[in-house]
Structures are given as C-alpha cells and as structure tokens.
Design a protein around this ligand. Structure first.
Ligand code: ZN
Length: 265
C-alpha cells in the first residue's frame, strides 16, 4: 500500500483549527513528490493496482471537501500532473461548514455538486466523509447506519459514480463503525494514523486505510520523512494520536455548545 496523505484545507487565511496548509507549503510538497518520482493514485487505484505497491505511488486525500480546493489545490496538482481523492460531507455539499467550531472566524464554503462533478471529470475520486461530520463512534446504532448509508446514497445519486470509500470525521472509528461501514457497502475506511490494527477486529472485506496527516507546522523535511516512513511506525502512530487528541477538542466544544443551546432552549 503506497503512503496515503491526508490534507484538509489549503488556504491563505488562517483557520481556527490546526488542519490546514498554505498554498506555498502545499506546492513545495507536491513539487518534491514529483521530483522524487512519485505518481499519484486514486484510493481505488491504490487498492486495486497490484503494481502500485512496486511503483512509487502516493495517494493524496482531502477531508471535508472545501471549495478552496478549486482555488489552490486543483491548479497546483494539475501543474504536476497529480490527482487526488476528496471526501465530501454529503449533508454539507454547497453549504458553509457550520458543523465545525470557528471561534468567530469566517466559515468556509464546501464544494457544490457541479464543482464535485468537475473534479471527477478532472480524474479525481470522491468518497464520503459522513452525512453531518458527527463523531461516529458516539452515534446510536440506528443513526450510525442511517448516516453511513444515506451519505453514500446521496453522493452516488448526485454524482452518478460509485462511492467506495469512507473517511471518518476526526479520523477515528471503532469496531462498530467499521462493521456498519462494511455492511452498507463501503470497501474501505480511512482513518488518521494507524498502528495497533491487530487490536481492532475488522470485517474481512473491509480495508482500513491508515493515513498520514499533513499540517501547518510541517517543514519540507518533516513532510519527506512522513512520506518515506514505513507504514505503522510507532512514531507515526503516537504523533497522529497526539494530533487527533487536539482535534477532538473540537468535538468536546461542540457538544458543550449543544448542551448549552439545549439548556437555553
Ligand atoms: Zn473532517
């Protein structure tokens, strides 16, 4: 399996979160990949193409499906003949990201259906990033199943393309989430970080994709290290666990806001 990179937002404007990269940084990283002889594969290609394991392949993924991808990521990738896989939040296509906590900063728009179709036409692949960007392990059984099935169905109907892959909001799941994902028809589930796969009993037909997150503080050297590191190195695992713990702060703040809202009526 080639390295699978996970990006979120490519933007000049700072985001309240930690999951963004500047266009300059992004271009330097992609230029290095091209110079080093990497070629980009869609997630489906990386799972199907047996040669992919031998050739120098890399899979570039974007979570959340922000509209800003068109402005920066698409032209930069195009320049180097790279393609990517974007995971869209089915319930937020064409809307602002009110699912996230923004601390008074401007909200970012998501790609709309026409823009997602344009990315497909440019050779990109689209996957699901759930229906509403909820933290899936905390959803009750019925809601979880509905979320995973409906997000896939909406994306397939609107885009007229098979939706094979799911990326988990906040990069984390549990055996119940994996089982349900497989039952409603996903071929793979992408998480952030990897490691300890043996501790997670997986449905046999499902592939769990361990992704390497790229963040604002990454230098070119740390990026190269990330790409070249063997899969599931302990360093990779613990680093990503620490970052995910930070990102989980958003879940916490969100649930507090929700309870306060409920309390206020
Ligand atoms: Zn996300």
């Amino acid at each position: 399996m080639p390295p699978v990179l996970a990006y979120h937002l490519i933007a000049r404007r700072p985001d309240a979160g930690i999951a963004w990269t500047t266009p300059k940084q992004f271009e330097r990283q992609i230029a290095w990949l091209a110079e080093a002889g990497y070629r980009s594969l869609s997630l489906s290609e990386s799972l199907q193409d047996r040669q992919a394991t031998n050739a120098k392949g890399v899979v570039i993924t974007f979570d959340d499906g922000y509209r800003a991808l068109l402005q920066y990521a698409l032209p930069i990738l195009h320049r180097y003949h790279f393609r990517a896989t974007v995971f869209a939040i089915a319930g937020y296509v064409g809307r602002a990201n009110s699912w996230d906590v923004k601390f008074f900063l401007p909200r970012f728009a998501h790609l709309d259906w026409g823009e997602l179709r344009a990315l497909l036409a440019a050779g990109w692949e689209v996957g699901s990033h759930s229906l509403n960007h909820d933290y899936l392990p905390s959803l009750p059984e019925g809601e979880l199943r509905r979320d995973l099935a409906l997000s896939r169905q909406i994306l397939e109907e609107q885009l007229q393309t098979p939706i094979r892959h799911l990326s988990l909001p906040f990069g984390r799941g549990n055996p119940r989430v994996y089982q349900t994902a497989q039952e409603v028809g996903y071929e793979s589930v992408s998480i952030l970080g990897g490691g300890n796969f043996a501790l997670r009993p997986l449905p046999s037909a499902l592939r769990l994709i361990s992704r390497r997150g790229v963040y604002l503080w990454d230098s070119l050297a740390s990026f190269r290290q990330r790409v070249e590191a063997p899969p599931d190195s302990p360093w990779q695992y613990w680093r990503q666990r620490a970052i995910s713990a930070l990102a989980m702060g958003t879940v916490l703040v969100k649930s507090i806001k929700k309870s306060v809202g409920r309390f206020a009526g």
